[in-house]
Design a protein around this ligand. Structure first.
Ligand SMILES: [Zn+2]
Length: 220
């Protein structure tokens, strides 16, 4: 939420010619200056965050992205929860959970779970990975620039659609609610899913759409 408010701040479009930033909270005009790595500029009047340099280099984002990519598959394929209820053992994966909801007559809810927990995070991770690969390759050809632009324009939709945190919260809620009636065991899939959640959380914290557009302008 906090990061989004910085993204939507009233910075002028041509930073180089008029380096003045308006504070989104109190409208104070602040002269923009070059910041050292990992430093954030705050409004001198109300201390609102104005702009910053990316915390991570592109290599740091690549590392987070690859971590998320490799955790994505076990998180979705392996069981996230094991229920022991009167001697019978049941395990379920994220996909099975979504299809079970659809089978019980709630197709919209099932589809929402599928999109928010499986499809959108997968597309988000692949999109950022492809963007980093394109930046690494230099963005020299017009095709790579076209693909890069397309990915950046779709980025905010994918970010808003992926809601891994809701799924993590729902694990915990169901685990607490069912713990009186059944034995709940978390397995390796749960840890992969929690790891995926953390990797995507930190990746999106480092990811800055404005900086990503900047790569295109510098190279073009
Ligand atoms: Zn201010």
């Amino acid at each position: 939420m906090g990061l989004q408010s910085i993204d939507n701040s009233n910075t002028p479009r041509n930073d180089s010619s008029s380096p003045v930033v308006l504070c989104p909270a109190c409208d104070l005009a602040v002269k923009k200056c070059q910041l050292p790595q990992g430093v954030r500029a705050l409004c001198p009047r109300c201390q609102t965050a104005l702009y910053d340099t990316p915390y991570c280099s592109i290599n740091g984002m690549l590392a987070l992205c690859l971590t998320a990519f490799f955790l994505y598959w076990p998180a979705n394929m392996l069981p996230v929860m094991e229920l022991q209820f009167f001697g019978s053992v049941r395990t379920t994966t994220v996909l099975q959970g979504a299809t079970a909801v659809i089978a019980q007559g709630y197709p919209l809810v099932g589809a929402a779970v599928m999109i928010a927990a499986v499809i959108a995070p997968g597309l988000l991770i692949s999109s950022i990975l492809l963007q980093i690969v394109l930046i690494k390759s230099g963005l020299t050809s017009s095709l790579s620039q076209k693909v890069y632009k397309l990915l950046l324009t779709q980025q905010s939709i994918l970010t808003q659609l992926s809601m891994l945190e809701i799924y993590v919260i729902s694990f915990l809620v169901s685990a607490f609610q069912l713990s009186d009636h059944a034995d709940i065991h978390f397995s390796i899939g749960t840890f992969c899913f929690a790891g995926l959640f953390l990797a995507v959380l930190f990746l999106l914290r480092e990811y800055d759409l404005k900086h990503m557009w900047g790569y295109l302008n510098n190279e073009a």
